[in-house]
Design a protein around this ligand. Structure first.
Ligand code: DC
Length: 201
């Protein structure tokens, strides 16, 4: 059986945490599609042409070190505005989405462009301040030298670029269920997502 869960939303809203937990709960495979753009962004920072990098991307590239840095996040958001880059990444994502046993994909355009017929679509969001605080804590815990102010500015710049780009902008699908995690614990946010999926099965 195939069962696709599309989880979209802005940076650091909790998509990754919810996606992993939901995948573990239902035994689905999980693809963090941001990693595809991060891998292409990292290659661009290394001097590669982003379109060629996207066309020749290897699944092993998603395990590269250093994809979680703020610099790579910004580069990812930049290459993600390029339609040819996006086109090159569609087939891999769609084939992942239809693997037997179920799949959860999280990103920005999963419910709108990649999997418009997904069985469940969630749009996970939170206030910019909340998201910046979470991302700041996460980066600080990893020992990165960042300030809350720069992380907030990064999150806002990325939101703006992701929302206003012409190619597959970040926007909730019409039939997406909204989950605002600003005032939710991780357990409560995961429980909300699990409940929506249970209902649809
Ligand atoms: O989810 P993330 O923060 O790792 O994503 C990094 C960037 O990649 C994000 O700012 C925009 C882009 N992206 C995208 O355009 N479409 C996706 N499906 C996933 C990520």
């Amino acid at each position: 059986m195939t069962f696709t869960v599309a989880i979209d939303g802005p940076a650091a809203a909790g998509k990754g945490t919810i996606s992993k937990a939901v995948a573990a709960h239902f035994g689905f495979a999980h693809l963090d599609t941001g990693l595809l753009y991060r891998a292409v962004g990292a290659k661009m920072l290394g001097g590669a042409d982003p379109v060629s990098a996207a066309r020749t991307l290897d699944p092993a590239d998603l395990d590269a070190d250093g994809l979680r840095t703020p610099e790579v996040a910004q580069a990812a958001s930049q290459v993600a505005t390029n339609q040819a880059v996006r086109d090159a990444l569609v087939a891999f994502q769609r084939s992942f989405a239809t693997r037997p046993g179920g799949a959860v994909l999280d990103g920005r355009d999963i419910g709108t462009v990649i999997c418009p017929t997904a069985h469940v679509k969630l749009f996970v969001t939170a206030s910019p301040g909340c998201r910046a605080k979470r991302r700041f804590d996460e980066l600080s815990d990893k020992g990165m030298d960042v300030t809350y102010e720069t992380v907030l500015a990064d999150v806002k710049a990325r939101d703006e670029r992701d929302r206003t780009r012409a190619a597959a902008p970040l926007v909730p699908a019409e039939d997406a269920v909204l989950i605002d995690t600003s005032d939710l614990s991780i357990d409560a946010a995961v429980a909300a997502a699990v409940a929506v999926i249970e209902d649809a099965r």
